[in-house]
Design a protein around this ligand. Sequence first.
Ligand SMILES: Nc1ncnc2c1ncn2[C@@H]1O[C@H](COP(=O)(O)OP(=O)(O)O)[C@@H](O)[C@H]1O
Ligand SMILES: [Mg+2]
Length: 488
Amino acid sequence: MIELGRFQIDLEMRTLQQNGKTVQLGSRAFDILAVVASANGRLVTKDELMNTVWPDTVVEENNIQVHLSALRKVLGPDRDLILTVPGRGYQLRQRRKDALPDETGVRASGGRASDVRAPGSQASGARRLPQPKSGLLGRGLAIRQIRAMLEQTHVLTLVGAGGIGKTSVAVEAAHHSSSDFAEPVCFVELAALTTGEAVLRAIVESCGLSVPGPQVDVEQVAAALARRHRLLLLDNAEHVIGIVAHIVEALVAGNDALRVLVTSREPLHIMPETVFRVEPLEAPPPHSTDADILRCSAVNLFLLHANSLQGKVGSDSAEIQLVGEICRRLDGIPLAIELAAARVVALGVEGVYRRLDDRMAILSGGYRTALPRHQTLRATFDWSFAILDHNARSLFRRLAVFGGAFTFEAMCAVVCDEAYTMANAIGSIGELVAKSLVSVEFDGPVAKYRLSESTRVYAMAKLQAEGEQEDITARHARYLPATRRSAA
Ligand SMILES: Nc1ncnc2c1ncn2[C@@H]1O[C@H](COP(=O)(O)OP(=O)(O)O)[C@@H](O)[C@H]1O
Ligand SMILES: [Mg+2]
């Protein structure tokens, strides 16, 4: 969320709000606002704005004026927070409230445009490689594999659901691999960046490159990086996946010495890319012994966090069994497990266990210093949901009725109708799998899909909100006996 005077801009949901109420704003006007606000006080040139807001069309400059004046009208007394710099571009007078924490963990708070950060500051996305977490659990093998893969592949993308641990693994792997490279690792946090220009600038700053002129283009950056033996870590790419794909492809083309490690909920889908799926932490299967439960990394993460707040959690068998259940029902996702462990102080282990059905409500209150989308489980899913297209959203919420693994045929029988065709379903299931919202496994030649339990709870809430729950549940109920009859 970006604060702008009396307004809040939610880039993920693409809404402008005032006192919790959404304010109507045209889509182009919102794009302009998003680009200027995301630039964190940096001057956004007219060309940059036009290329971002109208990427596929050449438009007259006065188009900006038209939408900008609509925007200023909506902003009312806060209109002058968007400053016009005559002949040059536009600038925000205020900095983001939720800028990333710097190395000291202090959050940047509101400021004026005049305190635009010097190159290398975290406001632009370019930061020093964070220190690895001291308690990274259950990732030894993954770290060794990634280090070995970086010798072979030019682009390695760590892919997985939100909160599964991609950033943690990437940072740890980058520290382990740093001695394999002649130059220091460059780290770029992409979460707050929305344009190609901003991504390139962040890479330039992070790598300490010098490029001629005020504008930066990808060829210049590629030339500046040529023959440099270094590792570039681009963290959290999913919302700018197309932009990052183009940039990375151009940077590694003809540059044998450069390695790019990316974290994203979705692969880049470019030729030089190798995908590494980050798996959940290990959670115990049902009916495990106490000793087996205590060997699982997910359980250790839960106990580590719960005990740092409360002490003495997991000291008897009944509690160990409950912790095992909680971790399994949270699908071994570290973020969900951390959020659940934080609730032990108020609810106790049993209380957390009993309220798992209401997980979207109780799994909130993460670290204040975490990214906004990591502070609640719902926010993590909102971030993924916001970047789905209309058809993928329809399919996603309808899939909530499937409790276990399901086939493509079962899916079509339940979700398709006159408005939502099989062709829609084919495209959308691919998108949901790519974006790590649905997992796929193969039973011989047959693909079987599955939603994690938390994903399903989130999708069900969307289905209810859309008023489709009754209809889709009824279709699912009709489908089940039909398949049983044909199997008999
Ligand atoms: N293996 C792990 N051991 C301990 N904590 C972890 C582990 N993996 C992730 N975490 C914690 O879980 C949270 C989410 O992890 P993160 O790496 O940010 O996920 P992602 O990048 O996939 O969204 C963070 O607070 C992180 O410190
Ligand atoms: Mg991340």
